[in-house]
Design a protein around this ligand. Structure first.
Ligand code: 8YV
Length: 304
């Protein structure tokens, strides 16, 4: 079962050509026949849907996020899960840097200032340089470290937090999101979604980031307490935000849409032709391995 078409179209075409593929409506009419599901990271396979397919043996995720998959049911039923690690790391890290620069250099505001004719009435205010400023990376996995690498290359200092310090980078480790925010000018979220990180960036963390602070999120909307974020933005508790993900996609909270100091993109972080072709290739290779009883190419460690 293909839960939704994958980009670019040739990926979906190849899946349909190589595998006996049904969309969700067709699959629900023949649930006992479905042994594999291909789905997107931001869609996943919730428990109530997974339970309708008694013969399901494998879930191929087009992406790295598994927060929308009932992992416990998959584990209990011995259903394998594959993801597409590594091939989207550059794309997501580039989006993070792009959002940082879009906010600090007021790119989106400037675009609106020109399009609305406001420029004729006066100049837009100043932005600021990120050279010498401190970027706090919340979630120091593949993507978090790539963001740090790119940010260092453009002159930023790096701090990070994660479950534990990385050998050789102990000095830059902060033991909590609040401690990290306290010492950072810009806080970027690159942590996995799921129950372990729900609402992790809350009022306390935002207060630590402070009135000149900028919050950037390229991970999952669930990691941020959006009520606290909106309150902090409304009261000047933080200076701005640049968000690619939201609690309610594709309909973010209306408050966020009105704020000039918030940059918004529609979950585009991995949306490059390079990344999506490679993600699609991995989905196809994992499905082929599954249907030919070969070892899966990128199985999710948690369950292996
Ligand atoms: C989506 C993502 O999979 O990797 C993830 O977890 O959220 C994204 O890469 C992608 O947007 C496909 O829709």
């Amino acid at each position: 079962m293909l839960r939704s078409p994958l980009q670019p179209p040739q990926i979906t075409d190849e899946i349909r050509a190589r595998f006996d593929t049904r969309d969700e409506a067709e699959a629900l009419a023949m649930p006992e026949k479905i042994t594999a599901v291909a789905t997107k990271g931001d869609i996943g396979l919730p428990g109530e849907v997974m339970a309708q397919f008694p013969s399901l043996r494998m879930i191929a995720v087009y992406g790295v996020g598994v927060d929308k998959i009932d992992l416990a049911q998959a584990r209990d039923r011995g259903i394998a899960i594959t993801t597409t690690p590594g091939v989207l790391t550059d794309a997501v890290a580039e989006q993070a840097i792009a959002l940082i620069l879009a906010a600090t250099r007021r790119i989106a505001e400037g675009d609106r200032h020109v399009r609305t004719g406001a420029w004729a009435k006066g100049k837009l205010g100043l932005g600021y340089s990120i050279r010498g400023r401190t970027l706090g990376v919340l979630g120091y996995g593949r993507i978090g470290r790539r963001i740090a690498e790119l940010a260092r290359a453009i002159g930023m200092d790096i701090l990070y937090t994660d479950l534990q310090a990385v050998e050789g980078e102990e000095d830059a480790f902060r033991s909590s999101p609040a401690a990290l925010a306290q010492d950072s000018d810009i806080l970027v979220i690159a942590a996995a979604g799921g129950s372990g990180t729900d609402g992790l960036v809350d009022q306390k963390v935002l207060a630590a980031l402070g009135p000149n602070g900028l919050l950037v999120n390229v991970a999952r909307g669930s990691v941020v307490n959006e009520e606290d974020l909106i309150a902090a933005l409304n009261t000047g508790g933080i200076a701005g935000a640049a968000l690619d993900v939201f609690q309610n996609e594709p309909n973010p909270r209306p408050d966020l849409l009105k704020m000039p100091n918030v940059v918004l993109t529609p979950h585009l972080a991995s949306a490059t032709i390079d990344a999506r072709l490679a993600m699609g290739r991995l989905v196809i290779d994992n499905l082929a391995a599954f249907f030919h009883d070969r070892p899966l190419v990128t199985p999710l460690e948690v369950l292996s």
